[in-house]
Design a protein. Structure first.
Length: 327
């Protein structure tokens, strides 16, 4: 394979780092994952990511043309510096991703917010392929997103557009880890949903096997709620429905602002399926300006946890800075 067709894509998250050798057809030739150990702080995470890239390159006869990075936070599109981030990775703000990797590997580097990179990936290789106007939401521990308008990623002045999780849906609402209140992420993030279940259980004096299981493993709480709801547990269904309705109010704003023809939902919380997305879509269709008349579709993401990695790698073969997707 020639140098012009092989790239590294890397997705740096608070839980894990995934890196892959990617060709220009969007195929992952080889992939490695490691824990990010984010509690050790930003410099340690950046070192671990850099070492993982070196390990990946050394695993085969790869002649790398560039490195695309997807990560949490707001990333300056030109400098590749993290200029804003929630504390999922302590000390991540100020990390010089582009300079660090270009200095070590001597190839071109581009860096982007992980949800925006996932939108690029889904637009080029997944559920958004061939669609000019779509919105991607990724709902996991946090909530992120990316917006494509007229076939191009909406980036904003510094490349930081698309922070959908920090769209305020209740100005007097729950505190968010970004420091604001009432953000969409504070109502629909995975850990938030699990904590809400415990809050409601405490208020109602509920002490069931499900509640005890969530309390002992909060990181699996949303999954536990989903399994319980599928088995007919009314409490679990109500918790998920409440989160879905809040998500729906976020979708109302997205529909009114961007008039997309497609909304793509990805991330681990989206695995709740219709339990979450059904109520969300009911609210969105009932309360957007067109009252359900727009020919907009809601679909699940197709690329799973490879979307950000693939999107990041594909930044390297863009001929311009607007990350257009193929028609």
């Amino acid at each position: 394979m020639s140098k012009s067709t092989i790239y590294v894509g890397i997705d740096i998250g608070g839980t894990k780092i995934a890196a892959g050798i990617v060709n220009s057809q969007g195929e992952i030739v080889h992939r490695l994952e490691r824990s990010s150990n984010s509690a050790e702080g930003g410099p340690a995470v950046m070192q671990r990511a850099s070492d993982l890239i070196a390990e990946l390159i050394a695993s085969g006869p790869y002649d790398i043309s560039g490195i695309g990075v997807a990560t949490g936070g707001q990333i300056h599109s030109e400098t590749g510096v993290v200029f804003s981030a929630t504390p999922i990775i302590p000390g991540w703000v100020g990390t010089r991703i582009k300079d660090t990797l270009e200095s070590r590997f001597g190839v071109r580097v581009r860096a982007m917010n992980d949800a925006s990179a996932a939108a690029v990936g889904e637009g080029r290789f997944g559920a958004g392929r061939g669609v000019s106007d779509f919105v991607l939401l990724t709902i996991g521990t946090g909530v992120g997103g990316g917006v494509f308008s007229d076939g191009h990623l909406v980036q904003g002045a510094l490349g930081a557009a698309g922070a959908i999780g920090h769209m305020v849906i209740d100005c007097d609402g729950r505190p968010c880890n970004c420091g604001s209140r009432g953000c969409l992420e504070a109502y629909t993030g995975g850990r938030v949903i699990a904590n809400r279940a415990l809050e409601l259980a405490d208020e109602g004096g509920l002490d069931t096997e499900l509640v005890r299981a969530i309390r002992s493993d909060i990181s699996s709480g949303t999954k536990l709620l989903g399994h319980a709801a599928e088995s007919g547990d009314q409490f679990a269904s109500e918790v998920i429905r409440e989160a879905g309705e809040y998500l729906g109010w976020g979708l109302v704003s997205l529909l009114n602002l961007f008039n997309p023809s497609l909304i793509i939902i990805g991330g681990s919380v989206a695995e709740l399926g219709d339990l979450l997305l059904g109520p969300a879509w009911e609210v969105a269709r009932a309360h957007s300006l067109r009252k359900g008349k727009d020919p907009v579709r809601l679909v699940r993401a197709q690329l799973g946890n490879s979307a950000g990695l693939l999107g990041a790698a594909s930044l390297l073969w863009s001929t311009n800075a607007d990350y257009a997707c193929p028609a």
